[in-house]
Design a protein around this ligand. Structure first.
Ligand code: PLP
Length: 372
């Protein structure tokens, strides 16, 4: 049996009429850049978050550095974040001209460990950048308390967790800006690249609207800016898909629960942890081998049996080649948990359109490996 890692085409077929209708509407409108469909999607996205503003940009990485720039974070400033994330979290800090300061992650959630943040703060620290890793919110209440004590901005890297919630907080409620990515493999993904910044801060919204469009908010008048827009065709795809996101996230949760129940009692694997009261949206279902030496063997075993498992992320940022050009980086704590996570993680196939047969086959193969 073959179990794919993604279900992009299955998802397209499940929503083909709605997506095609929106694409057709854009094509017939003649407005392909900064048009009516983008405006509509931005309003829907802000409303979905229960927030005032959403601004579409070219991708999730741009969403992050545009938010930093709009909040006045740049040369000489420091942003505190983690190393077990997609490279773009740190990349965006470097693009903004700031220094990435790395602390270790919580061993259960693998999100930033708030207990380590305060000791990493210096007079140059401007922001905390928590990543809602694998689809679960970081501990935003603790992060907000620290940010308030030290007058820091909080920018949420929400590329992986649209639709997630904390126990008593929503995404966006305890931060200055929420940055998301719509690349196809994310929970809300278009057929290509896209991103957005969601915020209640009028200035952040206004500044990013200008920055994304060559520093222009009036025809032929420009201040400093870039070109980073969300195209209307992508906005049309995303507008159709946004109506399904909660249903799709619930399906992800359903498959996660089926994996977890099926794998109960395994000896050589650790299963994902869901913080009590949180609503994890399982962008990824990440297990860990107890021994780092077993990870590549298990991955090879799964792949050999047709299961397209992957690793997120096998090389932590401070171990990357690209780390050398990000000279503006400082490791503020031992990174033992992040390194364990990088060495032991395996992501199982996870997308809403999985089937029971695919999940159960994957569970059966994992149990077979666990017994061997
Ligand atoms: C995907 C991702 C990004 C970057 O998004 P792009 O749209 O690919 O630029 C940033 N941070 C995290 C955690 C991601 O998973």
């Amino acid at each position: 049996m073959q179990v794919p890692f993604y279900g992009h085409v299955r998802q397209y077929h499940s929503l083909k009429a709605e997506i095609d209708a929106n694409l057709q509407e854009v094509l017939e409108s003649g407005q392909y850049v900064m048009g009516a469909m983008l405006k509509r999607f931005e309003q829907e996205l802000a409303a979905y978050h229960g927030m005032k503003y959403a601004v579409g940009v070219g991708n999730g990485t741009d969403a992050l550095w545009l938010a930093f720039m709009a909040l006045g974070i740049g040369d000489g400033d420091e942003c505190i974040t983690t190393v077990n994330t997609f490279f773009a979290t740190a990349e965006a800090i470097w693009i903004a001209g700031a220094t990435a300061v790395f602390v270790d992650s919580d061993p259960r959630t693998n999100c930033i460990d708030p207990a380590l943040i305060e000791a990493a703060i210096t007079p140059r620290t401007k922001a905390i950048v928590p990543v809602h890793l694998y689809g679960q919110c970081a501990d935003m209440k603790a992060i907000r308390r620290i940010a308030d004590r030290h007058n820091l901005a909080v920018i949420e890297d929400n590329a992986q967790a649209i639709g997630a919630r904390g126990d008593t907080f929503k995404i966006g409620e305890l931060s200055d800006a929420v940055c998301t990515s719509f690349i196809i493999q994310k929970n809300l993904g278009t057929f290509g690249d896209g991103g957005a910044v969601v915020t209640d801060n009028e200035k952040v919204d206004r500044v990013i609207r200008k920055l994304r469009n060559h520093g222009s908010d009036r025809r032929s008048c420009h201040s400093f800016g870039f070109n980073s827009r969300l195209d209307d065709l992508h906005a049309g795809v995303l507008s159709a898909k946004l109506k399904k996101i909660d249903e799709w996230n619930d399906l992800r949760r359903h498959w996660a629960a089926r994996y977890t129940a099926g794998l109960a009692g395994v000896q050589r694997l650790a299963l994902p942890y869901e913080t009590p009261g949180y609503h994890h949206v399982f962008h990824l279902y990440v297990i860990e081998t107890r021994e780092p030496a077993q990870r590549d063997r298990l991955l090879e075993f799964l792949n050999r049996h047709g299961i397209d498992a992957k690793c997120h992320y096998p090389i932590a940022i401070h171990q990357q080649e690209g780390y050398s050009w990000g000279k503006a980086a400082r490791v503020a704590t031992p990174l033992a948990n992040s390194e364990r996570n990088a060495g032991c993680c395996i992501s199982l196939p996870m997308f809403p359109e999985l089937t029971e047969q695919e999940v159960d086959y994957t569970v059966a193969k994992l149990r077979e490996w666990d017994r061997a």
